[in-house]
Design a protein around this ligand. Structure first.
Ligand code: RP5
Length: 160
């Protein structure tokens, strides 16, 4: 099974990024979680991005808040797919993080999910890995079926 890197700008991002890790764990996907800052440890960040494939990673989930340059800078330095998670900080509404991550220039894409939606980042990665993994594809189908059943069951809550 391919390994996923879950990186984030600070440990303060962990409560959100942990959701991606929990889902990857639930699907039996191996991953490594790591703090890596584009601003505070730029050399380490570059080193990681340039060696990520050789280290056995096939995709990177990167979360950051504020001037969130980590996902984009990783994408600039690797050909692995990078999924960006904008983290909402206390000062603004998260739009700062979202725009910093999603507004990449042509040629350097970051697949950006909604603000704080690390769960969708993990699901996007699961769908990528499931392309060549029938067992994972089946598990992902089951996940979606369960979600659909939960949604239908919500009709029972519309009481008046
Ligand atoms: C960003 O700065 C991090 O991704 C984090 O979201 C934000 C705040 O970091 P701390 O000051 O909490 O370490 O680079």
């Amino acid at each position: 099974m391919n390994k996923v890197a879950v990186v984030m700008g600070s440990d303060s991002d962990w409560p959100i990024m942990q959701k991606a890790c929990l889902l990857l764990e639930q699907f039996g996907i191996s991953f490594e979680a790591k703090v890596l800052s584009a601003h505070r440890t730029p050399e380490l960040m570059l080193q990681f991005a340039r060696n990520a494939k050789e280290l056995g990673f096939s995709v990177i989930i990167a979360g950051a808040g504020g001037a969130a340059h980590l996902p984009g800078m990783l994408a600039s330095n690797t050909i692995l797919p990078v999924v960006g998670v904008p983290i909402k900080l206390e000062t603004l509404d998260g739009l700062d993080s979202l725009l910093s991550i999603v507004q990449m220039p042509k040629g350097v894409p970051v697949a950006t999910v909604a603000i704080n939606n690390a769960t969708n980042a993990a699901l996007l990665v699961i769908s990528m890995l499931a392309i060549h993994n029938d067992q994972l594809a089946k598990a992902y189908h089951n996940y979606k079926d369960a979600m659909a059943n939960e949604s239908v069951a919500k009709n029972a809550n519309l009481l008046f």
